[in-house]
Design a protein around this ligand. Structure first.
Ligand code: HEC
Length: 177
C-alpha cells in the first residue's frame, strides 16, 4: 500500500476506534449454540433475501419482562443467506425461506457502565453493538447505524431490541419492522 493510502487507512481506524471505543468490549460467545436459546426466526431481514435467527442468553431471557434488561444480557443474530434457485428464493412447505449459509453474526450486549462515552443523541443505554464473521472473528462496519436503527426501540419501551416485544408477548410481533 502507498504511504498515503496507509496514512488514510490509519486515520480512519483512529476515528473508528475513538468513536466506537466499546465494540471491542463485546467478546464473541463461542459456546452460544450450547448456552443461548433461539427466541425468533424472521424471514426477509431488512427486506432482503436473508433470515435472521435471533438467540438470547439466559440473562436476557430471565430479565426480558423488566422495563430494562439486566446487565449481562446478550442477543446474537445469525444473518443467513436464503437459498435461491434460478434467482428465486426457495420456500419450504410452510412458505418460509430456507437457510443456506450464515453471512455474518450481529451481537448486542449490555453491561453496567457501558455506553457512557457515546454522544447522548445516539447512545442506546448500556448496549454495545458488534459484528462478527460466521466463525466469530470480529469485523468492522458501520456501527453508528446499529445505534440509529435500534434507538427508537428504547423510547418504545423495548430496551433497544426488536425481539423484546415478541419475547414478552409471543406472537404479538411488537417492535418488528
Ligand atoms: C436499518 C435498521 C437496522 C440496522 C442499521 C441494524 N439493525 Fe439490528 N435489527 C434490525 C431489525 C429490524 C431486527 C429484528 C430482526 C428482523 O426483524 O429482521 C434487528 C435485530 C438485531 C439483533 C437481535 C436482537 C433484536 O434487536 O431483536 C441484533 C443482535 C442486532 N440487530 C444487532 C445489530 C448490529 C450489531 C447492527 C449494526 C452493525 C444492527 N443491528 C443494525 C434493524 C437494524
Amino acid at each position: 500500500m502507498s504511504r498515503i493510502g496507509w496514512l488514510a487507512g490509519a486515520a480512519s481506524v483512529l476515528v473508528a476506534t475513538s468513536v466506537f471505543a466499546g465494540a471491542e468490549n463485546v467478546v464473541f460467545p463461542k459456546d452460544y449454540k450450547d448456552t443461548f436459546q433461539v427466541v425468533s426466526v424472521r424471514d426477509h431481514h431488512l427486506g432482503g433475501n436473508s433470515i435472521a435467527v435471533i438467540w438470547a442468553n439466559k440473562v436476557a431471557i430471565d430479565s426480558v419482562k423488566k422495563k430494562e434488561l439486566d446487565s449481562g444480557a446478550i442477543f446474537l443474530m445469525e444473518v443467513w443467506r436464503a437459498k435461491t434457485e434460478n434467482n428465486e428464493v426457495v420456500r419450504d412447505a410452510k412458505g418460509r425461506l430456507v437457510r443456506d449459509v450464515v453471512n455474518g453474526i450481529n451481537i448486542m450486549e449490555k453491561r453496567t457502565g457501558w455506553g457512557a462515552e457515546y454522544p447522548a443523541e445516539w447512545r442506546n443505554g448500556n448496549w454495545e453493538y458488534a459484528i462478527f464473521t460466521a466463525d466469530g472473528a470480529p469485523r468492522t462496519g458501520n456501527l453508528q447505524g446499529c445505534f440509529e436503527c435500534h434507538g427508537p426501540l428504547g423510547a418504545a419501551g423495548y430496551d433497544f431490541a426488536y425481539v423484546v416485544g415478541e419475547m414478552r408477548e409471543p406472537g404479538a410481533g411488537a417492535g418488528a419492522m
